[in-house]
Design a protein around this ligand. Structure first.
Ligand code: 5BU
Length: 494
């Protein structure tokens, strides 16, 4: 179909101001793309900003009765939503991007009626995860979301992913339309068009499940959408950390997925040293390259409250999670005391801890009781161990997974040496990792980062002596970080 002249003009203007670029661009996911969109620049060209808003409004205007408010996905779409709303006298809400300090800060700003339908506005959609993230926040605040409008659909699975979760995506242009138009207008060559088309064909981020109803309409609760999403994923290992984080209701799990995505590291450093000074030094030096710092606080000589305070400061400075590998394994009332009291006061400074499932669910209830309703504390269950001759057989692992499923509010995943569940909101953290595989001292068994992340489909590598005993710890941490991330990219792009 022939494109309207006004649409052609807009595409040409976007090309002229560098909002559409061709070349070789490394995307957030690590994939190299021949085309890149940077719609942030349009705020410097008011006429173009207005033209973008007009074309988007025109597309949605006939449906205006369906929506009560509009929300732009932060940040690029915020000015777009603002111009659309002010020009057309439509109420708007803003979603804060900073998901911190829930207690004092509202995530959704603006006045709206509970249950009213909110239209999401976005500039570019690739996998759809940003639109989905905004949807979840809006739903949590009591709004309904059925539709999103986007200026450009990169045709990489975002529309299908959102559709599978009950959101209809309206787009003004597809990537194919943009390159076809620019080619017709002699701005890009035929070979560039083929390159982009090949890129689209080979880089779809969404795999629908053929057994599933292709259009499950979302019920009003987020639980239902998350469930239908889970059912729609045959190969969870190909779903990105970022998308999985969006599905997590548990704050600690969501934060871990976000840190992994933002810092591009699935490395947990096990800082098993006995000197507090060394522990803090390792945390400071390697902090930028890890998502989690794992401690065994009971092996530190002369522990003082200042040490956990300093560790907390470093975790803020470098944005990592503190995981005390305490392996609780007693009756509920005892672990409650062990977790919160004594000279370690673990629950005060460790975001994450772990427990054996051996004692039964009481161990989880006890830990939960110690931290009551704190949303910034969570626990992993030990479903499998890395040590030779350990007694965790298949039945034990299965029962552990069941126990985790029964306590999703507090249990966010597993210590395991393989993937033990397909639930995308559960994390799998694997110890016994070294670049050189094989048997270690005193029964430890090592696997490589590639084996753990790419082949066994786990999420986080836990590395101790591979880094702590290296001549240059920083260099070793970077090496493990790169190996873990490469294995992840190989897995999601397989
Ligand atoms: P290493 O130096 O990379 O071998 O250290 C592994 C760390 O992981 C160490 O702190 C162990 O206590 C921890 N670990 C483990 O190795 N195997 C397991 O099954 C569990 C924990 Br559970």
């Amino acid at each position: 179909m022939e494109m309207e002249r006004s649409s052609v003009d807009l595409i040409l203007q976007l090309f002229d101001i560098g909002a559409v670029k061709f070349g070789s661009f490394k995307l957030k996911s690590g994939i190299t793309s021949p085309v890149y969109f940077d719609l942030r620049v349009i705020i410097s060209y008011p006429d173009i900003l207005i033209a973008v808003c007009e074309i988007m409004w025109k597309h949605i205007e006939s449906n205006r009765e369906k929506f009560r408010v509009i929300c732009g996905v932060p940040y690029t779409a915020l000015p777009i939503a603002t111009v659309i709303c002010t020009t057309n006298k439509f109420p708007m809400v803003i979603r804060r991007k900073e998901a911190k300090d829930y207690g004092t800060m509202k995530i959704i700003e603006g006045v709206f009626e509970q249950g009213s339908n909110c239209l999401i506005v976005e500039d570019v959609v690739t996998s759809g995860s940003s639109v989905w993230e905004t949807t979840v926040s809006l739903q949590d605040a009591g709004l309904t979301v059925t539709d999103a409008i986007v200026l450009l659909n990169r045709q990489q699975g975002g529309r299908e992913m959102l559709e599978s979760r009950g959101i209809t995506l309206h787009s003004i242009f597809t990537l194919t339309e943009v390159v076809t138009c620019l080619n017709k207008e002699k701005k890009i060559s035929d070979s560039m068009v083929s390159e982009v088309k090949d890129f689209i064909a080979n880089n779809n981020t969404f795999t629908p499940n053929p057994d599933m109803d292709v259009k499950p309409r979302r019920k009003s609760k987020e639980d239902a959408t998350a469930k239908s999403y889970r059912n729609s994923i045959p190969d969870i290992e190909q779903v990105t950390y970022e998308s999985r984080g969006v599905l997590c209701k548990n704050e600690v799990a969501a934060r871990i997925f976000r840190i992994i995505h933002d810092k591009q590291t699935n490395l947990c450093l096990s800082a098993d040293v006995d000197s507090a000074v060394e522990l803090l030094e390792i945390a400071d030096v390697c902090g930028p390259h890890i998502c989690i710092l794992k401690t065994h606080i009971d092996i530190i000589d002369h522990l003082t409250p200042n040490i956990s305070k300093a560790l907390t400061e470093l975790s803020k400075k470098h944005n990592f999670i503190i995981f005390e590998d305490r392996k609780f394994a007693d009756i509920g009332s005892t672990v409650r005391q062990q977790y919160s009291a004594g000279s370690y006061s673990i629950s005060e400074w460790a975001d994450l801890t772990n427990a054996h499932s051996l004692p039964g669910p009481g161990v989880i209830e006890g830990l939960k009781a110690a931290v009551q309703n704190r949303k910034d504390r969570a626990c992993l269950l030990i479903a499998e161990m890395s040590s030779k001759g350990n007694l965790a057989d298949a039945n034990y692992t299965k029962a552990t997974v069941q126990m985790a499923e029964d306590h999703r509010d507090f249990v966010i995943g597993f210590i395991s040496t393989s993937k033990v569940t397909t639930d995308p909101t559960f994390l799998h953290m694997t110890p016994g990792v070294k670049l050189q595989p094989g048997d270690g001292q005193l029964g430890q068994q090592y696997l490589t980062p590639d084996e753990v992340i790419c082949k066994r489909k786990c999420d986080i590598i836990i590395v101790g002596r591979g880094i702590t005993l290296a001549a240059n710890r920083l260099q070793a941490a970077i090496e493990y970080k790169n190996a873990g991330w490469k294995a992840y990219l190989d897995r999601v792009n397989a």
